[in-house]
Design a protein. Sequence first.
Length: 261
Amino acid sequence: GTESLMLIASVIVALTIPVILYLQRLKSIELHNDEVTADLSAARIGGNPFAGFRMFFSNPYLLGIGLFILLYTSIGSFAYFEQKNLLVDFDRAARTQILGGVDFVVNCLTFAIGMFATGRIVTRFGMPVTLALVPVFVAAGLLILAVAPLLTVLLAFQVGRRAGNYAITRPAREMLFTAVDRETRFKAKPVIDIAVYRGGDAVSSIAFAGLTDGLGLGLGAVAAVGAGIASVWTAIGFYLGRLFDRTADVSHPSAAASETA
């Protein structure tokens, strides 16, 4: 029951304590650093706390990242609400079993892809393909869902979408912020991660309600709309990857020259 789950979660959290102590011991032995706390005085960034909004709206690159995340949240919200609608006829135990199975497969795939494929994908194909890879899968999956609006198809789509996001899209998305300076990264990134991400959730929920309750669209039609959104998402991802590579070439011209030699 719920009590057992809470006990398991508590044990897992408690297991981090010996790991923390071990890391502190390693720091003392390997780095000869016995300080318990870090000196962050030189790392402070001053200025207006709302400067991140100005940086975000005045920088096309950051706006592109924000749009990329906004489209991602739109797809995620559509898939979540469709999944909820298709599972409404199942009892609580059946829903728990189905969703638990989905989470298990997603976690296994995420671990496997993250361990053995993510780095190779970025190195071999570059950031444009890496950022566009999952959106292409999502667009194709939604087109299939539009033709065959079934629960099994939706669940398979959810597994691929979520595992791809956790193992490929999210790490690549975080890499995009390495192309901007430190102040921009720490001030504008929270705007994107909080305001754009959570705001996108809210807007997507309203849009989904408008499509289903307002226009009366079914799963297939909503999936077709989502496929169109995913196509734009793909283009934005590829464009951002190109911008990132261009910035990297400017920042490290010697590395770029050696690669083309």
